[in-house]
Design a protein around this ligand. Structure first.
Ligand code: MN
Length: 297
């Protein structure tokens, strides 16, 4: 069972060029993780940061996790939250939410982080895909005390340590800040897993993963050997394979194109489904839906 390594592709988000490793044609999800962008490192100022204007989400959770710098999250629930390295912003879109990511007004320097999405499951699977939106900020997260570095548990449970963040069960997310050395990590064999290399080169099993790359481990492993030749930073993502039909388009995660097209019209028409957030940045319009849709009832 070999480890498969994928290169990221570049995309533009706000004023940042990001390196995206999920989704990809041959690997759409890792557990319920359905989107993974590495942002920066890039320089920001007090007045120019990620600069992502108000835009809607549905059917997903967003995770913001920084390695360096500070960013400002605002959403239609009234949340206004600065985030710094070691802290977790978890936004649950459910039926609908709007957020913006702005300059902080006070931080100037390097910004480096990740944004991840988790596809929400339907009710019968313990998810609340169509449920109410929510926002959580965790100023501190528990970590595994390891001889090879600090393994912070963002989501789920890892090595006996449980994240307090409100994710659906059967998901795991871990940030590892490693020094040189080798360790063997326990995995749930019913999960599929991937390692996203953020900084430094790591050996994942017998495959080399360089910064920006994703190493896919598949399912059926009860452990993985991780070797850092020098200081390195990586994310371990995993979960039960996501088996519900998944349609991802723009900022929406749904189950059908009709559902997506309906949400697109609601955002375009400003009908109130997603709410509003005050921002000095412009509201981001949805692109046109390019497939044939059923007439609205
Ligand atoms: Mn967003």
């Amino acid at each position: 069972m070999s480890v498969e390594v994928f290169d990221p592709h570049e995309a533009i988000v706000g004023s940042f060029t990001v390196r995206r490793v999920l989704p990809r044609r041959t690997l759409r999800t890792v557990g319920a993780w359905c989107f993974a962008d590495q942002m920066g490192p890039a320089e920001v100022t007090e007045t120019s940061g990620l600069d992502v204007g108000p835009h809607p989400h549905m059917g997903l959770q967003t995770v913001t996790w920084l390695m360096q710098g500070t960013a400002l999250h605002k959403d239609s629930l009234g949340s206004e939250q600065l985030i710094s390295p070691g802290q977790l912003n978890l936004m649950t879109a459910g039926h609908g939410i709007v957020h913006a990511e702005e300059a902080t007004g006070r931080y100037r320097g390097t910004l480096h982080g990740v944004q991840l999405w988790v596809a929400q499951a339907d009710g019968q699977r313990g998810g609340e895909r169509d449920g109410p939106p929510a926002f959580e900020h965790h100023a501190e997260l528990p970590a595994v005390d390891s001889s090879v570095g600090t393994l912070t548990v963002l989501a789920g449970s890892f090595w006996g340590v449980q994240s307090p963040a409100g994710f659906a069960p059967d998901l795991v997310g871990v940030d590892a800040a490693l020094h040189a050395g080798t360790s063997v990590w326990p995995l749930r064999s019913d999960f599929e897993h991937a390692v996203v290399a953020l900084d430094g080169e790591v050996l994942v099993g017998d495959a080399i993963a360089r910064p920006g790359q994703l190493a896919s481990l598949g399912t059926g492993r009860s452990e993985i050997r991780i070797e850092a030749r020098d200081r390195a930073r990586l994310l371990l993502l995993g979960g039960l394979p996501f088996t519900e039909p998944l349609v991802m388009w723009w900022n929406f995660v749904g189950r059908s194109r009709d559902e997506i097209a309906h949400a697109q019209r609601q955002w375009r028409d400003g009908d109130g489904r997603f709410g509003d957030v005050p921002s000095r940045l412009a509201r981001i319009p949805a692109p046109d839906v390019l497939w044939r849709t059923r007439p609205e009832a």
